[in-house]
Design a protein around this ligand. Structure first.
Ligand code: NAI
Length: 244
């Protein structure tokens, strides 16, 4: 077992999750990569972490499955000495206007984006309490702050994450556990790549910095929060000024 700190990043097969995983490895942490299943993308994240000289672990887990989160973290904790940082990054979209939105579109998005963070936090909370230390970073969205037409399910899940973040922060501040949220704006990833060109242009036009964000821009904020022991319950926008 290594003496390094270990971070667990959900949804780390690509995009923002991968960038956070690699940035934390560059900071000297070993990293557990969580994704629903193994894939060439997962292996590429593992390779990028190992390239920094840190250890990478891969654990398959669907974060919307409460029991699976418990099993996955229990198995990981047999391999790693400790988990110090939890980044709840896994997220999905099922964008539709409310009139067209089906019950399943709503439930699926809440299950991954909001309940997934609850599931993973619950799975590691006793470990953090035992350590008298833990850093939780929830990847929300500016859409959780301002709402967005066509994303009622997603905006609700991301606003919910902010409430979850602040509540966890209040409950466990005295126990050495900090919990913060990052709200990315418009970041160039596979997720936003699926959007129609016109929608992407409209989003970019709303960014005062006049460029889309990169996954590395969000990773920089995660690195900052991973070593900010006196910050808790904070909601940090990484949006090029989109929601000023
Ligand atoms: P992405 O779609 O490129 O990556 C999402 C990751 O989550 C993938 O690795 C995917 O396999 C994983 N994932 C999905 N469902 C899962 C499940 N049930 N269990 C485990 N892993 C699962 O998305 P992107 O853009 O990298 O987004 C990452 C996070 O940042 C998401 O929570 C997203 O909502 C949030 N975000 C993204 C923004 C953007 O502009 N790209 C803006 C604001 C927030």
């Amino acid at each position: 077992m290594s003496d390094a700190k270990t971070a667990l990043v959900t949804g780390a097969s690509r995009g923002i999750g991968r960038a956070i995983a690699v940035a934390l490895a560059r900071e000297g942490m070993d990293v557990a990569v969580i994704a629903t299943a193994d894939s060439p993308a997962v292996q590429e994240t593992v390779r990028l972490i190992e390239e920094t000289g840190r250890k990478a672990y891969f654990a398959p887990c669907n974060v919307s499955d409460f029991a699976a989160c418990g099993d996955c973290t229990a198995k990981l904790l047999e391999e790693v000495a400790t988990i110090d940082v939890l980044v709840n990054n896994a997220g999905i979209t099922r964008d539709k206007l409310l009139l067209q939105m089906q019950e399943k579109d709503f439930d699926d998005v809440i299950a991954v984006n909001l309940k997934g963070a609850f599931n993973m936090t619950k799975a590691l909370l006793r470990h953090f309490l035992k350590n008298k230390s833990g850093t939780i970073i929830n990847i929300s969205s500016v859409v959780g702050l301002m709402g967005n037409a066509g994303q009622a399910n997603y905006a609700a899940s991301k606003a919910g994450l902010i409430g979850l973040t602040k509540s966890i922060a209040k409950e466990y501040a005295a126990k050495g556990i900090v919990c913060n949220a990052i709200c990315p704006g418009y970041i160039e990833t596979d997720m936003t790549g699926q959007m129609p060109q016109a929608a992407r242009e409209k989003l970019q036009a709303a960014v005062p910095m006049q460029r889309p964000g990169l996954p590395e821009d969000v990773a920089a904020a995660a690195v900052f929060l991973s070593r900010a022991p006196y910050i808790t319950g904070e909601v940090l926008r990484v949006d090029g000024g989109m929601y000023i």
